[in-house]
Design a protein around this ligand. Structure first.
Ligand code: ADP
Ligand code: 5GP
Length: 217
């Protein structure tokens, strides 16, 4: 049964933080719907050696062209609840009326192997991840203009008119929250330039982390 008292977001498995090997890093990518997060993340994992793009679990309906296990793991609400109860999710949140969560096992494997785990999640989830991994790299993607964001969201054509409007309305709220909690804001005007900038941010964070690790050894 779906818990009536379930909080909007939570860290079901957050008390268990796995060991990060040198070079191991969690990267959170957030931003308004339609800004280009998925496009950026796909390019990003091609550019970084040894990066893993986390596949979230969601109760949202599968959109046209989306593939189970590639874009998301599409599950029922009961199944999502089961995964929370079993501590299988690193974080989860309700976004636009559906639940989304990050499977814990693959992120653990990735960072203990010294690799980079890329999480494309919302700001509520990002804050939960930062609480678990204080050195997570927090990147928020902005559109060059609101009009451009609207064009991209409509151009993608996945949502109906009302759902698209709701997503656009949330963009300002999410961006305001991000100014408080994200240390990097990247404007996605040109996709290649945005990905280049994110690669530079991640490389420099990895170098810093390795230097700290070396000093500790
Ligand atoms: P999100 O994952 O943030 O919801 P998507 O990656 O699905 O966004 O991108 C939404 C639409 O915007 C897609 O049609 C994508 O091809 C397009 N897009 C992404 N980045 C750019 C860009 N820099 N310039 C123009 N269109 C873009
Ligand atoms: P979409 O339905 O457009 O694929 O995603 C809607 C929102 O849910 C986006 O802001 C996306 O970043 C967020 N999201 C996707 N997966 C997760 C997740 O595992 N956890 C959280 N907290 N948000 C997610």
């Amino acid at each position: 049964m779906w818990s009536e008292g379930l909080s909007m977001s939570g860290t079901a498995a957050s008390s268990v933080r796995s060991r990060q090997a040198p070079g191991g890093l969690v990267v959170v990518i957030s931003g308004p719907s339609g800004v280009g997060k998925s496009t950026i993340c796909r390019e990003l994992v091609k550019r970084l050696d040894n990066a893993y793009l986390s596949v979230s679990v969601t109760t949202r309906q599968k959109g046209a062209g989306e593939v189970d296990g590639r874009d998301y793991w599409f599950v029922s609400r009961d199944e999502f609840q089961r995964r929370i109860d079993k501590g299988l999710l690193l974080e989860y949140a309700e976004v636009f009326g559906n639940f989304y969560g990050t499977p814990k096992d693959k992120v653990d494997e990735t960072i203990t192997a010294g690799r980079v785990a890329v999480l494309e999640i919302d700001v509520q989830g990002g804050r939960q991840i930062k609480a678990i991994y204080p050195d997570a790299v927090m990147i928020f993607i902005l559109a060059p203009t609101h009009k451009e964001l609207e064009g991209r969201l409509h151009g993608r054509g996945r949502e109906d008119e009302e759902a698209a409007r709701h997503r656009l309305e949330q963009a300002g709220t999410e961006t305001a929250a991000a100014w408080q909690h994200y240390e990097h804001m990247v404007i996605n005007a040109d996709i290649k330039e945005a990905v280049d900038e994110i690669v530079r941010i991640i490389e420099s964070a990895r170098t810093r982390r390795k230097a700290i690790g070396d000093k500790r050894d």
